[in-house]
Structures are given as C-alpha cells and as structure tokens.
Design a protein around this ligand. Structure first.
Ligand SMILES: O=C(O)C(=O)C[C@]1(C(=O)O)C=C[C@@H](O)C=C1
Length: 300
C-alpha cells in the first residue's frame, strides 16, 4: 500500500457507503474518494490518460466466498492501467430496510450481485426469496430509501444504513463469518518496485498452440527460481478463442484458448523475478506485467 494518499483522488464504483469506497480509504486514508456509476466510467473518463480527473481507481478482484470477479480481470487487460497496490477488506454485510419494516414484511432483497451471492443461504433461511441485482450495495440502500419501499430489504454495510437512514435488521449475514474482498488500486503510471517490503507482481500471458506441457513450462520458470505463485486464473482468450491442440488427425483438434493471470510473491526489482519473466517471454507469445506493487499484509 502507498501511504497517506494526501491530495489523491480515488475513483470507485458506486455511491458513498459502498465497500469499494472503504477499500479506497483503507489504502489511502487521506484520499478524496470519487463515486462513479460504472467501472468503465472509472476506467475511461475518470482515470484514462486523455480526460484524467482522478489519480487512482479501485477495483474489486476476488472474494473469499464468491471467488474471482471475472469481468474485472477482463477490464485489467482492456485498459492500459497499472496495479500500484492491493487491499483486503473484511466485508460484513447487514440486512437493511426502511424504518419500521420487519424481516417478515420483506418479499425481496436488493444489492450488488456479489453481495447477494455472499449472503445467498442466509437470505433464503430468512425466508426472502426474490433478489434484485443493482450496480452497488450503497446504491441499493439509496434507492430503497428514496422510493420508501416497504417490502424490499438491502444487503449493504452498516455505514450505508447510517448514510441513507435505514434500520439494520440483521448483522453479519454473509454465509461464512470470514468474508474478505481483495481490491486492486490502479494508476496511469506504474510505481517503482522495491525489495524492502512484501511485494506482489501480477502478470498475464498466453501460450503457444499444440506444444505439450506449455503451462507447466510457464509455471516452472518461477518454481525453478523459488518464486511462489499466490494465484492463477484463466480467462477465455477473446481475440483468439481456439488453439490447435493436435495436427496429427485430418481435422486438427481445436481446444478453447486461455489467457493466464498469475500473481507472484516477488517484486520486479528482484533480479530473480526479472530473469523468470525474461525466460517466460522466450516462449510465451504474449506477456504483460499488470503491476508490481506493495501488498496488503494487514490483519483482516
Ligand atoms: O457494491 C459494493 O459496495 C462494492 O463495493 C462492490 C463489491 C464487489 O464487487 O464485490 C465489493 C465488495 C463486496 O464483495 C461486495 C460488492
């Protein structure tokens, strides 16, 4: 994490009280947070080089209950921004409703799809069947307040309850007590990597067609140098959706083709990591470093 954040403007998706805003504040306690309607707005109009009005954007990437947020992996590749830090936030969901509304009155619950998924079993146990997905948790709280809905609850933070004047009907309603989301901090320029604190490096690469054991070979460039991998994620290679796996038959066998996103427990300032990457570049047709950044090691 970069310290302080004085004078930094940090864009997040959603309305004040969204978890992404809390993540921005955890990463940069003194920053000014800038709400954005969509991630694409955060990426394009607010932080993109041409019209830059903010210095950082916050992007949730994975959650201990829901797993990876795939759409955001795709966004990382589509836009030429750099990861400059990550932050882990304990997400404690509350069930909120307008004043006087009881759980028994609720026919439906509104929230961000990730938040709804993280509370799926609890909501069903509470007897609430219908779900309404919106762009962010705080936006759901705002809407239910403004429309004075009496039969719709909200999954959001206690901060959202306070900001939009809703009652908290139940606390800690996520399906597992421990529920942590990891967010990335993005900037137009990369930071200078260091070796004096824990760093991670996030990369994405593709592999060649019909050569055996390519993925093993790719991961071995790190294993051979004792570089630990903390995460691997595969996403469809949208531009080249198929790879030819075998040409020994009259009709070549085609398999789905992937991009591999890997997090390394290493800084790009470490010569070992540089060598490993150079080695990967020798045979991987596409390699991009998404960022080399100090990683959040705080208690969650
Ligand atoms: O809707 C919000 O409050 C958000 O910040 C989004 C988001 C997400 O996309 O995962 C962030 C953290 C929680 O995991 C639930 C929702």
């Amino acid at each position: 994490m970069e310290s302080g954040g004085e004078g930094l403007k940090v864009a997040y998706q959603g309305f004040p009280g969204a978890y992404s805003e809390s993540a921005a504040k955890k990463a940069y306690p003194h920053c000014q947070t800038v709400p954005c309607e969509h991630f694409d707005t955060a990426f394009q109009s607010k932080i993109a080089v041409e019209n830059c009005t903010v210095d950082r954007a916050v992007l949730p990437l994975e959650n201990t209950l829901g797993g990876s947020i795939h759409r955001n992996y795709d966004l990382l590749l589509r836009h030429k921004l750099h990861i400059v830090g990550d932050v882990r936030l304990a997400v404690r969901h509350c069930l909120l409703a307008n004043r006087g509304v009881k759980i028994g009155n609720l026919r439906s619950v509104m929230s961000h799809p990730q938040a709804l998924a993280q509370c799926e079993h609890t909501l069903t146990e509470l007897g609430i069947e219908q779900r309404q997905a919106v762009d962010d948790t705080a936006g759901a709280a705002k809407l239910v307040t403004e429309q004075m809905l009496q039969d719709t609850g909200v999954v959001a933070s206690s901060l959202a309850a306070e900001l939009y004047g809703l009652d908290i009907l139940a606390e800690n309603i996520q399906d597992e007590k421990e529920n942590v989301t990891r967010f990335m901090m993005l900037a137009r320029k990369p930071i200078v990597p260091q070796v004096d604190k824990p760093f991670k490096t996030s990369i994405v690469f593709s592999l060649e067609d019909w050569k055996p054991a390519q993925l093993l070979k790719a991961l071995a460039v790190f294993a051979l140098r004792d570089i630990d991998l903390t995460k691997i994620e595969s996403r469809p290679h949208k531009k080249r959706p198929f790879r030819v796996a075998d040409d020994t038959f009259s009709t070549p066998v085609k398999y789905f083709n992937y991009l591999f996103y890997v997090d390394l427990e290493a800084s790009m300032a470490d010569p070992k990591a540089l060598k490993a990457l150079g080695n990967l570049e020798e045979f991987a047709p596409f390699v991009r470093v998404l960022g080399s950044y100090p990683t959040d090691v705080s208690e969650v």
